[in-house]
Design a protein around this ligand. Structure first.
Ligand SMILES: [Mn+2]
Length: 199
């Protein structure tokens, strides 16, 4: 079984389309799973002071046909959390966002956005909150990385790493600007860091 992990799209339709094309070329049978921050919330964290907007469209970047590309399961990110915080009127898109789970499973792995911890406290947060997880995929920082039992491992040029140790943590990077995604093969027990080319 293969999984394609992708996230931190932030409403970037061109980058998402490039990554989806790359996934269907490289691993057409992979199941896609999102790591959150699908949409870009246009109201920054600093500008939050309890105000409520009347529709989701007032607070997101929403390119035409973008929703149709989001045909895969995803966890929510901090962008989705903020969008829900500053809107309250029921509408189809808001319902979709409010139904996104905090975590999903992919093979032996757990998928989570990654805003739940401070970046420098990630490993201790996982030890405390999810001690049983052997493999965790996340995003949020837009910086891909691979960590085995707390040691940061340099990603080889071909992008492929073997899973080992008690716990591996994979930061899948970002679709927006970087066009990064990760292929997880449960049979080979490998993870491959991928990057779609700029056209
Ligand atoms: Mn994020």
């Amino acid at each position: 079984m293969q999984y394609a992990l992708l996230g931190d799209i932030h409403s970037s339709i061109d980058d998402l389309q490039a990554v989806l094309n790359h996934i269907s070329n490289e691993s057409p049978h992979a199941e896609l799973i999102g790591t959150g921050d699908l949409y870009e919330c246009t109201v920054s964290k600093k500008k939050l002071h309890g105000q409520i907007y009347s529709s989701v469209n007032e607070v997101i970047q929403h390119p035409d046909s973008f929703d149709e590309l989001l045909s895969f399961l995803s966890v929510y990110g901090n962008q989705e959390e903020r969008i829900l915080l500053i809107t309250e009127q029921e509408e189809p898109l808001r319902n979709v966002l409010s139904n996104l789970p905090e975590t999903l499973n992919a093979g032996r792995a757990l998928v989570i956005h990654g805003h739940q911890w401070n970046p420098e406290e990630r490993d201790s947060w996982l030890d405390e909150n999810m001690p049983e997880e052997v493999l965790v995929f996340h995003g949020h920082t837009h910086q891909s990385s691979f960590t085995v039992d707390g040691n940061n491992i340099r990603i080889p040029v071909n992008g492929e790493v073997m899973l080992s140790g008690k716990r591996s943590v994979v930061n899948v990077g970002a679709v927006v600007e970087s066009r990064e995604w990760v292929l997880y093969d449960t049979v080979e027990n490998t993870v491959k860091f991928m990057k779609a080319q700029k056209s």
